[in-house]
Design a protein. Sequence first.
Length: 326
Amino acid sequence: MTTTALPQTSLQIPEHTASAVCEGLASRPKWLPSWLFYDAEGSRLFDQITELPEYYVTRTERSILAARAEEIIGLAAGGDALRIVELGAGSADKTRLLLSTAVDRQDTVFYEPVDVCASALEEARERIEREIPGVIVSPRVQDYTKGMELDPPNPGERRLALYIGSSIGNFEPEEAELLLERVRDALAPGDSLLLGVDLVKDRATLLAAYDDAAGVTAAFNRNVLVRLNRELGSNFDPEAFTHRAVWNRFRSRIEMHLANLLPQTVQIPALDMRLEFSAGETIHTENSYKYQPGQAEAMLVEAGFDPATTWTDEKGWFAVCLARAN
Ligand code: AVI
């Protein structure tokens, strides 16, 4: 990883963190990229979010996968053996459901999680090989947003790529399209992609999911400032910022912001930055796009896939789309 030593500090900062923070906090309105949420504490808080009563996303997708796993695996495999590649280091029990179903069909399944974080991949390998005999894990340390390099499948094998958890919704529409095209480029004709997307629903349900009563999402949002303090030596007072979730219906997205309560000056020595915050000024930290029915399928067609089947839950809150690379 490239690191940058910036003025007034001996901290070694990854180049992409330094440039994103510089650009975002020098902008008006200020913003930070949402991938900064996921340090160890942020990942722990996100796991907690997935269990919250208000956060319908994870359990709704899980219920669709539990009901449809055999159909999904059968359609993706056709008459061939499946090799399963996942964007991200294993979405816990949702991935396990699909892997166990594949093992029931074909005894041995190769599973290739792709992630930038080698330790998350190692954890996924250890956990999955222990819990599901028959799965052979081959982790790939790659940034899948920049494209994937996969070994050619063996004769009689097809790939099923998993991009579940509605993570696609955290990308801007044009970035999401590019990401799908890159996934398509890494696959061969006849391979499939399983994509999980969150659908537009009533405002109250959406807002509650991103502003829960226990304050876990608020802590998750503020933790980005704790991370900057630790990694860049800044002096943000995280408690002086309020968590705000907003439904932007014109852009079909939930936005998360951190609103500064009182005027304050923040120093970021590692970036040689001094920031004046006025009372009420915000930092935009995340977008989570929500799709209309049929929209994900249209994106998949644009990216070079033939959408095969879409499954939703009974409330029509979440969609899981299986599409074949053409
Ligand atoms: C990871 N991603 C799909 C979550 C979402 O719902 O957009 C991140 C999240 N942010 C706040 N709560 C959950």
